[in-house]
Design a binder for this molecule. Structure first.
Ligand SMILES: C[S@@+](CC[C@H](N)C(=O)[O-])C[C@H]1O[C@@H](n2cnc3c(N)ncnc32)[C@H](O)[C@@H]1O
Length: 257
């Protein structure tokens, strides 16, 4: 287990749980989650691994739709919150590192979901090898990251104008990106729901789309769909996200045995 990443998420777990508020942020609800749900397809009766489950709102959502869910997260505090919030459900939650899934049996899952986690993980090739091992043949992995080409937690940022009167959010003038090929770690300070800094900065590992493709192919997956989800409605708040994609979502299949 990477102690530095563990310490970041352990220190930030409670504020993160408040931020997602049992349902995800507006970006999750209006851009990412509908896309992930479509890519996962019918989960009824399927065994689903929620890798890096956080406070577990997606685990609960898919358990309510009939999946048998196992959630794994590196943070003990996050798993405690998960268990408290998921009491009525039969889902199981474990503290564990997705880069070392030795405690999970081979070919024991139909589906793996890794939502906004791989970009926080230094050892993502090990994670993909682990997902390959624990999925059955033809099992599906859906994973999302911040879009690497427009990575606001990496080498990109918006040049901002004044506040938009409709949304209260600053208007995007244009997006600046540079050093795309420089794959490295960025330490990012996030704000909590009340606008205070999180106790610790988060590590974000920038990788190119080419690297994601190479590594997942090398692990034995093949690409089924690649999505750059757009906001589901014309909420003025998402003026920037209608112009430049915020997330990138992969649906891949365990292709080799
Ligand atoms: C941005 S949150 C996403 C949580 C959840 N998937 C969601 O969509 O709400 C990232 C999560 O990944 C977890 N995490 C980071 N590195 C991990 C690792 N190596 N193994 C397991 N979980 C990890 C963090 O503790 C955190 O809960």
């Amino acid at each position: 287990m990477d102690s530095r990443i563990f310490e970041q998420w352990e220190a930030n777990a409670e504020d993160y749980a408040v931020l997602v508020d049992g349902k995800g942020t507006p970006h999750h609800q209006k851009i990412l989650n509908p896309c992930v749900e479509r890519l996962l397809g019918d989960v009824q009766g399927k065994r689903l691994l929620d890798a890096g489950c956080g406070e577990g709102y997606l685990s609960r959502y898919y358990a309510q739709r009939g999946a048998v869910v196992v959630g794994v997260d590196i943070s003990e505090k996050m798993i405690d919150i998960c268990k408290q919030r998921s009491k009525e459900q039969g889902s199981e939650f474990f503290v564990g590192d997705i880069c070392c899934l030795d405690f999970i049996q081979d070919s024991s899952f139909d589906l793996a979901l890794c939502n906004l986690v791989l970009l926080n993980v230094p050892c993502f090739e090990e994670a993909l090898k682990g997902f390959f091992r624990v999925l059955r043949f033809k099992g599906l992995l859906v994973f999302s990251v911040i879009h690497p080409a427009f990575n606001v937690f990496g080498p990109g940022r918006w040049e901002l104008g004044g506040k938009c009167s409709d949304s209260g959010r600053r208007k995007g003038l244009y997006f600046v990106s540079d050093n795309y090929f420089d794959e490295k770690e960025y330490l990012i300070q996030w704000k909590t729901r009340v606008g205070a800094p999180f106790p610790k900065r988060f590590s974000f590992f920038h990788r190119t789309i080419g690297t994601y493709m190479k590594v997942l192919t090398r692990a034995g997956f093949r690409l089924i769909e690649l999505e750059e989800p757009r906001p589901i409605d014309d909420d003025p708040f998402f003026e920037r996200e209608r112009r430049v994609p915020f997330f990138l979502v992969f649906k891949v299949e365990k292709f080799a045995r």
